[in-house]
Design a protein around this ligand. Sequence first.
Ligand code: PLP
Length: 439
Amino acid sequence: MTDASPTTVLSAERLHGSLGDPLMEVMNFLNEVTSRYPDAISFGPGRPYEGLFEVDRIGDYLDAYRRYLAEEAGHTPDEIRTLLFQYGRTNGQIHELVARALRNDEGIEADPRSLVVTVGCQEGMFLVLRALFADPADVLLVSSPCYVGITGAARLLDIETVHVPEGERGADPDALRETVAALRAAGKRPRAFYVVPDFSNPTGSCLPTADRRRLLEVAEEADLLLLEDNPYGFFTRTGTGLPTLKALDTRRRVIYLGSFAKTCFPGARVGYVIADQHVQAADGGRTLLADELSKIKGMVTVNTPALSQAVIGGMLLTHDFRLREANKPAADFYQENLAVLLDRLDTLLPRERREAAGISWNVPEGGFFLTLALPVAADNDLLEASAREHGVIWTPMNYFYPPGDGGRHQIRLSLSYLTPAQIAEGARRLVELLERSCL
Ligand SMILES: Cc1ncc(COP(=O)(O)O)c(C=O)c1O
């Protein structure tokens, strides 16, 4: 860009290094292709289906929360006015309600004082990373391929990230142990391991209970914290699911990153962290990690918006603190989408044909995503051709690996944002692309 007017020009080189990192722009190409081909069917976004939202309900939830403040919590009208209109408690005002839901939905006994209500799970990641990573030798380990929200946050904070390859069932405890040993031998300090055990983004894998227990053992042996992120756990056929790491954690090894984006709605931007670890000061005094996160949060977002908390609090109250049950219709919807996608792929690409061509996919039991492996490079060029010539969009899996280091032949298909009819048509178009490029 050339501009002769005497405006201030900043040198990109003097901005924070993360801003020039390809990681920070990883989803841009996908967004740009989506805007150029608006009629294409997109398996790209991991957003919840909007047909499940009702605008009128927002007022009902707000009312439910207001009634709770007056009738159950015993607040006066003046206090309620303050709670809804003012700056609020840094770590949130619905922490007790969230703790009640966690007990019902996940069997997690969380002391409300150990909860930090955040601006989405994303802020939770940022707070936790800022607090835990103090030394340049500290390393964040991530189960790989990995959600870019955490690697992006780490990059913003200049935290070194090391990818630990997943096995077919998700995070690999043995690979974690070996990576920790190798890093220690190289003089590094592995500090925490980030993992999405339930229907991970991007692969859709779900970690078996035995591996969850192994992860906890490895974390204990290696003196590592586990950062468990769990936005998709409710979206299963049975609606019950496996125990979270946090529910299995008896030694406070797990910092749990919660999100209401998929179980309530993302527009509220409300999430939370369970940070129940004790922190010992040099003078022997003890605090909770949540208290330390509060200091950071006070300097980042001050507090999570009271109105957003009120609506989410109202949803928890309305659904009797049972979001898993309340999400049954959503879970059924996503299950149908998953079934349609798997059925269409299977019908259009029968086993013998796809095996001969080197095409395969995993069969998740829930969640928003599945992985398709191809014999050809699934890169931006193929994505462009896919959108232009076949009207179908997907996410190259290499977006979720370090640049140039994995996922070259895989794509992520997200099934959450489409209707069953769109999924069926999208699958037909996708197979058309595959017919042309690899069959
Ligand atoms: C694994 C994972 N964690 C966190 C988030 C975002 O959570 P929030 O919207 O609460 O910041 C997402 C959203 O796509 C996700 O896939």
